[in-house]
Ligand binder design. Structure first.
Ligand code: CO
Length: 161
């Protein structure tokens, strides 16, 4: 496994649409393993393949409630409720915004063997599913943010951590 470089928002690749994964082979497994390691080291909750420069529809979600999830060709199939909260992104270090997301999300995705599985998440996990799946269509959270946090709010947030 290897740590990959996380691209930042000035890289136009983040605005591109990712293509479906078609080959469930060793090359994909290496990518997924590297993404998991990269996400862990960056101490984030989610990472999309495009963030390591690979335009394929694969994401890792790890909200600390068990094993990290590998979602390949994920699709949101159901949403309900609403939440509003702070959101950031490993590709926009130091920037936080207030983003409205569904409170509950159901996702259909393939695993690394190509089998279709269902996943559900509420709260932070639901937020994460939406955020990462947005990346696959070139959307970043600042596109959806109601507003960005002010310097004063960021200072307060950093103090809490
Ligand atoms: Co992100």
């Amino acid at each position: 496994m290897a740590i990959r470089n996380i691209v930042t928002i000035d890289d136009p690749v983040l605005r591109k649409k990712s293509r479906p994964v078609v080959n469930f082979d060793e090359k994909l497994w290496t990518l997924l393993d590297d993404m998991k390691e990269t996400l862990k080291k960056a101490d984030g909750a989610g990472l999309a393949a495009v963030q390591v420069g690979i335009l394929r529809r694969a994401v890792i979600v790890d909200v600390g409630d068990g094993k990290p999830l590998e979602l390949i060709n994920p699709e949101i199939v159901e949403t309900s409720g609403e939440q509003e909260g702070q959101e950031g992104c490993l590709s926009l270090p130091g920037e936080w915004g207030v983003v409205r997301r569904p409170e509950f999300v159901r996702v259909r995705a393939q695993n690394r063997k190509g089998q279709w599985c269902m996943y559900k998440g509420e709260g932070l996990k639901a937020r994460c599913f939406c955020h990462e799946i947005d990346h696959l269509d070139g959307i970043v959270f600042t596109d959806r943010a109601k507003r960005m946090l002010t310097d004063e709010e960021l200072r307060r947030l950093n103090k809490e951590e």
